[in-house]
Design a protein around this ligand. Structure first.
Ligand code: BYC
Length: 316
């Protein structure tokens, strides 16, 4: 029976049954429009985050303090480009057009993660991004390996493996700096102070103010709420900070024996909303750089398309 002749109720029942059984939805399957829209929104924003996320660290490639650190950083930033590509491809399986997604990014019609609108002021920021930003990303993305949309879930498996590697290289860089001079230790502490709160914001608004969570949980797109994952991240970061010997910049951070979790201070949600509105410290420069890359690359895309056309004609 084809999707055209089967009544919609039956298709919907099949869709829901697939989700109930924890099976994956695939590009060939009939999908409700809302689910398709949600998946394109989340996957596109995720892809944009990976691509924009190349900029803050890319800023340090030419100034890395040794060849080894330069090679590691270069490989990491390149991995992020790869993550963007897997994700744009996953969005294409839902019918999204790659050029249109880029257009939406550079015209501010689609979001990317708030975290990448903060500057990287010293080389310690590279380590702290690996430790906290990649750490938060892993916390958020490991459950997405079980997301209900097959191409997204499978892309996430590889992405998470690479992110784990990134997180460890960040931590190793910070450990090295902490064993160095007082000046280096101060740099690590300063970077930790600047990235801690924005990292907590990566998980999205509090559950009570998250318009998409309920539906995305019902569809098993998301497996945990924003607040659940944020708590998990705080709980795993506190002992890591102790091992490093840095102080997390939150005087309210304390173990709550009843909850068996760390309590933490209030997040500045006005700052988060302000960054989302485009007013963070680096929003303008991040989008401008992406726009320039797109314009500078236009001739390459045109040449590749012309080559493909010619080749197709020749093959006829
Ligand atoms: N920044 O209803 P909610 C990475 C938006 S890549 C900006 O909770 P949802 C990495 C949200 O989109 C990091 N916007 O939404 C890369 C929604 O707006 P719209 C990216 C945010 O989708 C390179 C509105 O706020 N990771 O880690 O249920 C190097 C309401 O939110 C943010 C992903 O994309 C934010 N922080 O949950 C290193 C992971 N938070 O669309 C690392 C996949 C929320 O209604 N995405 N918004 O206009 C997700 O897991 C979910 O989409 C989110 C948000 C948890 C982010």
């Amino acid at each position: 029976m084809t999707a055209i002749t089967e009544p919609e109720a039956e298709l919907l029942a099949h869709f829901e049954h697939t989700i109930d059984r924890d099976q994956r939805l695939e590009p060939r399957d009939w999908l409700p429009e809302g689910y398709r829209r949600t998946m394109i929104r989340q996957i596109a924003q995720h892809a944009h985050s990976e691509i924009i996320g190349m900029q803050p660290e890319g800023n340090w490639i030419t100034r890395a303090p040794s060849l080894r650190r330069k090679a590691i950083l270069l490989a990491k930033v390149q991995d992020e480009a790869g993550h963007g590509l897997y994700l744009y491809s996953a969005a294409e399986t839902l019918g999204a057009d790659r050029a249109d997604l880029t257009d939406r990014l550079i015209n501010g019609r689609q979001k990317y993660s708030s975290i990448f609108n903060y500057p990287t002021l010293t080389f310690a920021d590279v380590g702290v991004i690996g430790w906290l930003v990649d750490g938060a990303a892993i916390c958020n993305q490991v459950p997405l390996c079980r997301s209900s949309y097959g191409p997204y879930a499978r892309a996430m498996i590889r992405i998470c493996k690479e992110e784990s590697f990134h997180q460890r290289q960040g931590f190793e860089l910070l450990m090295t700096m902490m064993r160095g001079t007082q000046g280096q230790r101060d740099m690590v502490q300063d970077a930790t102070n600047r990235w801690w709160w924005p990292s907590l914001m990566m998980f999205g608004p509090p559950d009570a103010e998250s318009p998409n969570t309920e539906q995305s949980m019902a569809w098993k797109v998301k497996r945990h709420t924003n607040d659940e994952l944020r708590q998990r991240f705080v709980d795993m970061s506190v002992p890591q900070a102790e091992v490093l010997g840095v102080t997390l910049p939150d005087p309210k951070l304390s173990w709550n024996a009843d909850r068996e979790h760390y309590d933490f201070g209030a997040i500045d949600w006005d700052e988060f909303q302000n960054v989302l509105r485009g007013n963070g410290p680096c929003n303008t420069q991040r989008v401008a750089q992406r726009r320039k890359a797109s314009e500078d690359g236009a001739w390459v895309r045109e040449a590749a398309a012309a080559h493909a056309r010619k080749k197709a004609q020749g093959d006829e």
